[in-house]
Design a binder for this molecule. Structure first.
Ligand SMILES: Nc1ncnc2c1ncn2[C@@H]1O[C@H](COP(=O)(O)OP(=O)(O)OP(=O)(O)O)[C@@H](O)[C@H]1O
Ligand SMILES: [Mg+2]
Ligand SMILES: [Mg+2]
Length: 637
């Protein structure tokens, strides 16, 4: 047990936010992951041992989220509102705050400095994790015409109540980015460790666990902690919802967590991802000892379809966003494709634009013209067909541990195809090069992107939520003449156009996302693949997200040709193809991962499409960029 005597609050009392803020400050200064885990673990342990009911709020604040992803509550307050609130809270002028910001580059730091120059008239009550979480949630949910002022006032009251270092982190919570190098995966590990080490009082540990915990043997505890971390990671990928998981962690031994928390219709599962390959020969190498199947790789939008036992149907995007109101036609279709005995399910499928007259799949671009929210079934012009390729849950049973062969059988026996609206992904259990190549050609001729190749039997064919697994390989037709996969990148700035492109942006600066540092790292300047109409559209579309200076978390080169004329909030994601990746003295992508001081750049990048099913944090990561570079180096030899 920890020595809780030194804490600034008594057992049972609300945990003050300063407890977290102090930990955040230490984490920010620390670069070793193990040390960071241990700082977070200690912090959470003291909460578990004193005021366990505050653990949920602590976890949310650590991962800087307010609610489960599918509830769509997001922070990310614009700098202008923050500056105004800060000015009002401290009695300073916005322009002085701005000039400090220009020097320091981080509004959180400016806020803290401004607070320390302000005379404190009376000692405000300290902020607790619970009140802060509640206030942030209220701010995020404010909508309507007066919401700007309401948000500003609420933020002001938070800033007035904050003390010392708390101010800095509250501003960062509000901005939606903590930037202290604390990734969600790290918080999960720390949470598991803290539960394993500080067995919550409410749990009824079984005898075996009691013996282990009371045994002073450090090794036993370590093994427990590691197992706990793995258990929690897996459970979280199935049920990404702290509201469900944390109360169980506090009540039951962690070994029991998978018995109580697993995928549940209504809560989007993190989708399984596929591994890119260079082509059919790589598939055959990788799957040399496996039976596998090839499926059409449809080019639409992933749709995870849930039906809860009360009959409600919801559709979630790749990004766990609730897309239900975008597809009223699919919701209406569901009763026609299920059998009478079906009570609940989770389907994995691709939504594709479809022409019912010609019976042809339409390009992704057509799908992207559909209304994104609150569509009305009667006014829909772009028809869609749903291609189902997996089933993860059926009538109370999670299926992800079953083999793909079994899941596919179940899918086919429990759903019915409806021409032009609902079909099973076209598949062929091919095994030799010629057969696969022929099927790839068919796929391309039928307007698909290529093939998905999946293992069929045993443990090597289970469904792995959130994993970019080697059980699923993708073969795209484009690979044949380029890199193994496209990248999804964030435009962070733009260059004014010249000549024919006068009056619009002629090129954009793109960045990948570094999950460790939460930085966006510039990877290329792009001007190709963008039509004149798109250039005009982008000029307008980017207008609301222009910012006066680059974010402190943008890594870029400031030499004249590469320094954008305008900067953007990181909001938009573009899919980009390129000829190859090269080490660059200028660009900063994956810096330190392949080369100590140089980053990686894309050569001859071209825009493939705008991706509205990915957020900036789901952009291609620096680690992926490094892996793509290395992979290409191997293939090039
Ligand atoms: N038969 C299929 N099986 C599985 N996924 C399919 C199938 N047909 C189409 N897809 C789509 O292909 C996607 C995987 O390949 P894609 O390259 O498009 O991934 P992505 O969304 O760009 O994500 P990432 O690049 O991060 O893997 C799936 O998420 C799904 O939307
Ligand atoms: Mg796709
Ligand atoms: Mg992709």
């Amino acid at each position: 047990m920890l020595d809780t005597g030194k804490l600034s609050w008594k057992p049972g009392q609300p945990v003050p936010y300063s407890h977290l803020a102090t930990m955040f400050e230490k984490v920010e200064k620390e670069s070793k992951r193990l040390e960071i885990i241990s700082l977070v673990t200690d912090c959470l342990r003291s909460v578990i041992e004193t005021t366990p009911e505050d653990l949920l709020f602590c976890v949310y604040l650590c991962v800087n989220k307010l609610a489960p992803a599918h509830e769509g509550v997001e922070l990310g307050i614009g700098d202008m509102i923050l500056k105004k609130a800060l000015a009002e809270a401290t009695g300073r002028q916005v322009k002085d705050i701005q000039s400090d910001y220009d020097k320091v580059g981080d509004l959180g730091t400016v806020a803290m400095k401004s607070r320390s120059t302000q005379r404190v008239m009376f000692a405000a009550k300290s902020l607790t994790v619970q009140t802060l979480h509640k206030s942030l949630l209220q701010i995020a949910k404010m909508t309507g015409k007066d919401s700007g002022t309401l948000k500003k006032d609420k933020i002001k009251s938070l800033l007035v109540a904050a003390k010392g270092i708390e101010t800095q982190f509250i501003v960062r919570h509000l901005q939606g980015k903590m930037r202290i190098g604390l990734a969600e995966q790290t918080v999960l590990v720390a949470l598991a460790h803290s539960i394993a080490l500080s067995v919550p009082q409410g749990t009824k540990p079984n005898k075996q666990i009691l013996e282990k915990v009371s045994c002073p043997c450090f090794l036993n505890q370590l093994i427990d902690s590691l197992q706990a971390a793995e258990t929690l990671r897996e459970v979280y990928s199935q049920l990404p919802c702290y509201d469900k998981i944390v109360p169980v962690l506090l009540k039951e031994p962690i070994n029991n967590l998978p018995l109580n928390c697993y995928l549940q219709p209504g809560i989007p599962v993190h989708p399984m991802l596929a591994h890119p390959t260079k082509g059919v020969s790589e598939v055959l190498d990788r799957f040399a000892d496996q039976t596998f199947t090839c499926e059409y790789k449809y080019d639409g939008e992933r749709g995870q379809i849930h039906m809860t036992p009360d009959g409600t149907v919801r559709i979630f995007s790749r990004n766990s966003e609730d897309n239900t109101s975008k597809y009223p036609d699919l919701i209406a279709l569901m009763p026609k494709v299920i059998k009478e005995q079906t009570k609940s399910f989770i389907l994995d499928a691709e939504v594709v634009a479809y022409d019912r007259e010609t019976k042809k799949i339409l390009p992704f671009q057509v799908l992207s013209t559909r209304k994104r929210k609150d569509a009305n079934e009667d006014t829909i012009t772009v028809q869609v067909c749903l291609f189902a390729f997996d089933i993860l849950y059926y009538n109370g049973d999670p299926l992800i541990k079953r083999s793909f062969h079994e899941r596919r059988e179940l899918l086919k026996s429990t759903f019915t195809e409806v021409e032009g609206s609902f079909a099973f992904a076209k598949s062929r259990d091919a095994s030799d090069t010629e057969e696969i190549l022929a099927f790839l050609n068919d796929a391309v001729a039928d307007s698909c992107e290529g093939l998905m190749v999946k293992t069929l039997f045993g443990d090597s064919s289970t469904y792995e939520p959130a994993q970019r697994s080697h059980k699923w390989l993708k073969v795209k037709k484009d690979y044949i003449d380029g890199m193994t996969d496209s990248l999804d990148l964030v435009p962070i700035g733009a260059f004014f156009g010249k000549g024919k492109r006068t009056g619009v942006y002629g090129a954009f600066l793109l960045a990948c996302y570094n999950e460790e540092t939460e930085d966006f790292e510039a990877i290329c300047k792009i001007g190709t693949g963008i039509s004149d109409t798109q250039l005009k559209e982008f000029y307008d579309a980017f207008e609301p997200i222009i910012i006066s200076e680059p974010k402190s978390y943008y890594q870029y080169d400031d030499s004249p040709g590469l320094l954008p004329n305008v900067w953007f909030e990181p909001k938009i994601v573009w899919e980009v193809a390129a000829a190859d990746l090269s080490i660059s003295p200028k660009h900063k992508a994956a810096i330190g991962l392949v080369d100590e001081s140089r980053g990686i750049a894309l050569r001859f990048p071209r825009l493939v499409r705008v991706r509205d099913d990915k957020g900036p944090e789901q952009a291609t990561s620096s680690t992926q960029v490094a892996a793509m570079y290395r992979n290409q180096a191997v293939i090039g030899q």
